[in-house]
Ligand binder design. Structure first.
Ligand SMILES: NC(=O)c1ccc[n+]([C@@H]2O[C@H](COP(=O)([O-])OP(=O)(O)OC[C@H]3O[C@@H](n4cnc5c(N)ncnc54)[C@H](O)[C@@H]3O)[C@@H](O)[C@H]2O)c1
Length: 250
């Protein structure tokens, strides 16, 4: 993997930051694109301080034109994008009847449009080079449904179908596409606006339905992203790896 360039959407915190740090230790040159430029810059600086290569970009993945511009700039600064990790995400707890048109559109804009925009932008280069590996982020919610987060679950389901379709369509070009489907992972996104008491109570109640008896950590998810991009996964495409403490076991 050493010397190849990877675009990671969102890497200021959570699973994406951990994945970017791990990829850097493999010698991957990183372009980190985040709506929160400061978060991207912090992660890029951490990688650079450890001797790696990382460039930060401010990007809202829902903005197709901005995605195209960032991919072009990233390729100039870190090289042809051979790896893509789509991980930017938002969450919202809300009953279906209370979801506004704007809530629905934003959920799909960040997750589905964002994943489509970045894939579309990097594919021509990958196809020309006949090499590429993509990891998209779906969720346990897409596989089993989720009360009070139907728009999130639906958007994650669309990402899964899109990933499988991409995998079928571009396999002949040497491009692989897989997904990760995490269960509950303790990140800023999972904590959302919960108070410390609510976090503790929710962790305890979720743990009762998870065979391994606890939430996951980012360090238990990020290595799967590296694996799916790596030559070790050269015979895997169109898969969703579920990392959920055994909650689904489908
Ligand atoms: N944490 C979990 O329990 C969990 C479970 C299943 C799936 N996921 C998915 O994993 C991914 C990473 O989640 P996390 O928990 O590590 O997140 P996190 O705590 O790093 O937060 C996600 C970040 O994405 C960034 N973002 C949001 N909209 C964006 C946009 N339009 N453009 C660019 N960046 C944007 C935000 O800055 C946000 O903080 C998400 O796609 C999430 O849906 C998380």
């Amino acid at each position: 993997m050493s010397g190849r360039a990877c675009l990671v959407t969102r890497a200021g915190s959570g699973i994406a930051r951990e994945a970017a740090l791990l990829l850097a230790t493999e010698g991957v040159r990183l372009a980190i694109a985040d709506r929160n430029a400061k978060g991207a810059e912090d992660t890029a600086a951490t990688i650079a301080a450890a001797g790696g290569t990382a460039e930060a970009f401010a990007l809202d993945v829902a903005d197709a034109a901005a995605v195209g511009a960032v991919v072009a700039a990233a390729e100039r600064r870190v090289g042809p994008i051979d790896y893509l990790v789509n991980i930017a995400g938002i969450y919202q707890w809300i009953a279906i009847e209370d979801i506004s048109d704007a809530d629905w559109r934003r959920m799909f804009a960040v997750h589905v449009d964002g994943t489509f925009h970045t894939c579309r932008a990097v594919l021509p280069g990958m196809m020309a080079r006949r090499f590429g590996a993509i990891v998209n982020t779906t969720s346990l919610h897409a596989l089993r449904g989720q009360a009070r987060a139907a728009h999130y679950a639906a958007a994650k389901g669309a990402i899964l179908s899109f990933t499988k379709s991409l995998a079928r369509e571009k396999a002949a070009y040497g491009i692989r596409a897989n997904a990760i489907a995490p269960g509950p992972i303790d990140t800023p996104l999972w904590r959302g606006t919960m108070t410390d008491d609510e976090i503790a109570r929710t962790k305890t109640s979720r743990a009762t339905v998870i065979p391994l008896g606890r939430l996951g950590e980012v360090s238990e998810v990020a290595p799967w992203i590296v694996f799916l991009l790596s030559p070790a996964a050269s015979y895997m495409t169109g898969q969703a790896v579920t990392i959920d403490g055994g909650e689904l076991m489908a």
